[in-house]
Write a protein that binds this ligand. Structure first.
Ligand SMILES: Nc1ncnc2c1ncn2[C@@H]1O[C@H](COP(=O)(O)OP(=O)(O)OP(=O)(O)O)[C@@H](O)[C@H]1O
Length: 719
């Protein structure tokens, strides 16, 4: 290797003093070409005269001041052409391949594979990340690639891995196997692909099976939540060349000496969603898996890592996992938004937490209506919540809102849920049905946030502050994939405001104030439009039907989710408002004293502390009949006349009353005995006691609130 090392500033942050660098001429040429490139590349394209040399880029992390600790620097290394593999010579001589069919004409990938891509999968032109990584991956070097969501990273790693398997054993390029000797075995795993979630592993496997269908390569999956023995039997009977799985199950299988699954000839390993796999949660398992793989000193192995987000914190681990001289294909510039510019991203700020579900419902109804117009795309949305308990509650509420009638208010959208508490079979069913649905709403935890490729998702709606900026980016990435359009919505409440700027910095969020349910102060009196009153009423009814255990779980999960909030009293007040004014609970669900202590809430007022939280789901009312039949909440039409009715969500006991009107012409609404069928739309409200109520304003045009809770007209540039 003739390694005349040169440095390029291409990857350096602007803050690093350039005076520390000495640039060679070729590096300067590269630097200016990088500046022009739409996708900043760390794979160098030298002038034509230099193309006889193989070019690699080594990324190193330098010790720099704290703020710049994880700075990555490019180093250019040139090698003598004579030592290059033929694929390298081909690429160096003709420039990078950008069309799939060229992989065949240049002899880089077996025709059986290329034809599957072009004829059966009907892919013609490579995406940016595909072109960069397939060209480099075929050379056999290690690659870490960062590119935006939905840009075809799966194919970008599957293709080099498959060709590598075929290079090692050319007989595998043909379908079927030739005689007993070549019969696939479970001990012949040639490549391993690791994914953080089961659904993603299955999705990658489905694409791998499509890609390999005209070859002899056998693809198997090993994911948690499925019967290990059944999976093992499949591997033992059919053999395995390409094994795709989640870390836990892969570790389980590889460490089990009786499983028969071995990988002595392993030549490739892929970490998809690499940053997630390298974080604290998965890294120990990844390390453990590597213990069961052949020593890299004895058997050459290529490692590929892919993600839409590669935070600097993980670069150190990347360096530990990849061979020196690895390529960093970075298709997202540091100063560029990590989301697609074609995705408008809207922020809705609601007053209280209790406004969120009504706001979400209003948004969905509106978008379903818009989708019914001629020429519009069917409404297909994924709604992300921050806890499983919230997903479960949302599922109950929206199923109830949809009702049993064939055409519910969200028709034709079907409602699905997916989260970690479901069995794997249920998860797979939800995911498959949503994938196939023309119009649907998938209520989801973060199990689908990364990598999932559901077709034609028009909306991604995030309810509550995502745990990190990267989580936001991956969630939003479920729409606008493969060049399509989509939109993102983020529904936050006032309590999220202080963290918004630091957690979601620099994102192109624009405040949207068109949803009226967001602004209604559900704890105060005020005039509200008829349509909004209807939304609140419908959602209130749906909460009344929810399983009390679900409400209690959701309550506790909110307390946990908002653990970051510094003003604990304010946090508990906000969550209690949600329970009382959003869900109609008079008494909040119990929280164990131990949990309260652990969360630093011992001195906080308003908690319903008890030693047995499981035994108390909180009261909707003074009555314990949560079905509403004998509840003291009465939303029913106790009278029969026309005009407004009052809307009383309880009025005594420890809870705040919430009387939505008892005005002159009104009749009381009571959540109990009336039952839903007796509950008709009031024309006007007047308030009852404590924190008042609100009344409907039939004018629809504007609505007043009993008290302005601050308003949210602030410019988003401040986030
Ligand atoms: N060259 C291509 N031309 C057109 N469509 C493509 C191409 N390559 C892949 N696709 C399609 O683009 C979609 C997204 O691909 P994929 O799921 O691999 O994206 P990704 O970059 O891995 O996304 P994420 O970051 O969310 O994991 C898939 O439906 C895939 O079939």
């Amino acid at each position: 290797m003739l390694g005349a090392l040169r440095r390029s500033t291409a990857s350096l942050p602007r803050t690093l003093p350039t005076s520390t660098l000495s640039l060679s001429t070729s590096a300067r040429v590269f630097q200016s070409s990088v500046a022009r490139s739409p996708c900043r590349q760390s794979i160098l394209r030298l002038p034509a005269a230099n193309r006889a040399f193989h070019q690699t880029v080594q990324w190193q992390q330098h010790a720099v001041p704290a703020a710049e600790r994880a700075v990555v620097e490019a180093e250019v290394e040139q090698e003598v052409g004579a030592e290059r593999p033929s694929s390298d010579i081909e690429i160096a001589a003709l420039g990078p391949v950008t069309k799939f069919h060229e992989l065949e004409t240049r002899g880089l990938v077996h025709p059986n594979v290329v034809r599957t891509i072009t004829k059966e999968m009907r892919l013609e032109t490579m995406t940016e990340v595909q072109s960069r990584t397939i060209n480099e991956g075929l050379k056999g070097v290690d690659v870490i690639a960062q590119a935006k969501t939905g840009t075809g990273k799966t194919m970008a790693f599957l293709l080099p891995v498959l060709q590598r398997i075929i290079n090692d054993d050319p007989s595998l390029a043909e379908r079927g196997f030739t005689g007993r000797r070549n019969r696939p075995s479970a001990a012949d795993t040639r490549a391993l692909i690791i994914s953080p979630t089961r659904e993603l592993a299955e999705q990658i496997a489905a694409e791998a099976r499509r890609l390999t269908r005209n070859t002899g390569v056998v693809v198997q999956t090993a994911v948690g939540g499925t019967q290990k023995n059944m999976g093992l039997r499949m591997m033992q009977n059919q053999g395995v060349h390409l094994l795709i799985g989640t870390p836990g199950r892969l570790k389980d299988i590889l460490s089990d000496e009786y499983s028969g699954v071995q990988a002595p000839k392993l030549s490739a390993m892929v970490l998809d969603e690499a940053d997630r796999l390298l974080d604290d949660g998965f890294w120990p398992e990844i390390k453990e898996i590597q213990r069961y793989l052949p020593d890299q000193k004895e058997r050459e192995r290529q490692t590929l890592m892919f993600s839409a987000t590669i935070p600097r914190e993980v670069v150190q681990l990347v360096r530990q996992t990849l061979k020196p001289g690895f390529h960093f294909v970075k298709c997202v510039r540091d100063d560029e938004e990590p989301t697609h510019t074609r995705v408008p991203q809207k922020l809705v700020l609601t007053g209280g937490l209790e406004n969120r579900f009504p706001t979400l419902y209003e948004l969905m109804k509106r978008e379903v209506e818009a989708a019914a117009k001629p020429g519009a795309r069917p409404f297909k949305a994924i709604v992300y919540f921050n806890s499983t308990a919230d997903v479960e509650l949302a599922h109950s509420v929206f199923r109830s809102l949809q009702g049993s009638a064939r055409r519910g208010p969200l028709y034709p959208a079907q409602i699905f849920e997916i989260h970690g508490k479901l069995s794997q079979q249920q998860r797979t069913r939800s995911s498959d049905r949503f994938r196939e649905a023309t119009s649907g709403i998938l209520l989801s935890s973060d199990v689908t946030a990364r990598g999932m490729d559901f077709p034609n998702v028009t909306h991604v709606i995030q309810v509550g502050l995502p745990t990190s900026r990267d989580t936001y980016v991956h969630r939003i990435g479920r729409t606008a994939r493969a060049g399509k359009e989509g939109e993102g919505w983020l529904i936050l409440s006032e309590i999220d405001r202080r963290e918004l700027r630091s957690r979601l910095r620099d994102l192109p969020l624009n405040e949207d104030t068109s949803l009226q349910a967001a602004k209604v102060d559900m704890t105060e009196e005020g005039q509200i439009p008829e349509s909004v009153a209807q939304i609140l009423e419908d959602v209130g009814n749906a909460f009344r039907d929810a399983d009390p255990a679900e409400l209690a779980n959701a309550y506790r999960s909110y307390i946990g989710t908002y653990g970051w909030y510094p003003d604990k009293q304010r946090m508990v007040d906000a969550i209690n408002d949600l329970a009382k004014f959003g869900w109609g609970l008079e008494r909040t669900p119990k929280l164990s004293s131990g949990t309260a202590h652990k969360l630093g809430l011992s001195r906080v007022r308003g908690l319903n502390l008890g030693s047995d939280p499981a035994g108390d789901y909180g009261d909707r009312d003074r009555s314990s009949d949560l079905s509403g039949r004998s509840s003291r909440f009465d939303r029913g039409d106790r009278g029969s006349g026309s005009g407004g009715r009052s809307f009383d969500r309880g009025s005594s006991g420890g809870g705040r009353s919430f009387d939505r009107g008892s005005g002159d012409s009104g009749r009381p609404f009571d959540r109990g005995s009336g039952g839903r069928d007796r509950f008709s739309k009031p024309a006007g409200h007047s308030r009852g006691n404590v924190r008042g109520g609100f009344s409907r304003d039939r004018s629809e045009g504007s609505f007043g609130r009993g008290g302005d809770r601050g308003g949210y007209s602030g410019r988003l540039s401040e986030y």
